[in-house]
Design a protein around this ligand. Structure first.
Ligand code: VGL
Ligand code: ZN
Length: 240
């Protein structure tokens, strides 16, 4: 057994340490992207039943381009999909005498009633982006008796698989955008904060259903410590 380590070996170890100081060797927090509810029924492009204003083909193409860019940058991609049974509690037609945008009380929760939308298995319930780019597409609102704007849980408190999937992947920070700013984006972003994620919302890649509710949603998200960016800004996303 010989103890002599050549000078070149020492130099080699030294170079490794110099090149990879401990702080970068330690696993860095991973960043996930949650693209919310990019489905035909929420778009004017596909003449959806609950189209958010401004969701034409050009807007969806911008979402697609941004999503591919983030993926190329090594972000892990997820999507949410509103996915209701035909007899869902949120559909006005399931409440005699009610029309869309009326509200009803369910316990102590005020439920807004909508036109039927994102009915399971229908063409306009499909996610309009290449489904293969996502690690997972998380469905929500599947149970007749509960609505679910949040990708994490429904109004009955039942969790989706979202948090478990993100945790398993080691994600600590989320970039969120999509439809609708005032419902799914807001609820998902605020739930993410309460589950301990850092959250960035890209305002320019979101559209809301109502203008007042959208302005209010942006205020509420800021108040929760969510960073609202107009457009994708890699440096600011990294620095958050
Ligand atoms: C949503 C209205 C009705 C949403 C879902 O996810 O933004 N909004 N259903
Ligand atoms: Zn819905």
């Amino acid at each position: 057994m010989s103890w002599d380590i050549s000078l070149s070996q020492i130099a080699c170890v030294g170079a490794f340490v110099m090149k990879f100081p401990l702080s970068t060797v330690v696993a860095r927090e991973k960043i996930g992207v949650v693209v919310t509810d990019i489905q035909g029924d929420f778009t004017t492009w596909k003449k959806g039943t609950l189209a958010a204003p401004g969701t034409d083909e050009a807007f969806i193409k911008r979402i697609e381009t941004a999503t591919l860019l983030l993926r190329r940058n090594g972000f892990l991609m997820y999507a949410t999909q509103d996915w209701h049974p035909i007899d869902h509690v949120s559909f006005a037609v399931n409440h005699p005498g009610k029309v869309p945008f009326d509200t009803i009380q369910i316990g102590n929760l005020t439920q807004t009633l909508w036109p039927p939308h994102c009915v399971q298995g229908t063409e306009n319930a499909k996610v309009l982006l290449d489904n293969n780019i996502f690690q997972a597409i998380i469905r929500k609102g599947q149970r007749r008796e509960f609505d679910s704007y949040s990708g994490f849980r429904d109004d009955g408190g039942n969790d989706t698989e979202m948090h478990a999937i993100l945790q398993e992947a080691g994600i600590g920070k989320l970039v969120i955008y999509g439809i609708a700013t005032d419902y799914c984006v807001k609820a998902t972003a605020i739930d993410a904060v309460s589950r301990g994620y850092k959250v960035v919302v890209i305002e320019g890649l979101c559209k809301g259903i109502g203008s007042e509710t959208t302005a209010q949603a942006l205020r509420e998200m800021r108040a929760k410590g969510i960073l609202i960016l107009k457009e994708i800004d890699m440096a600011r996303i990294a620095a958050t």
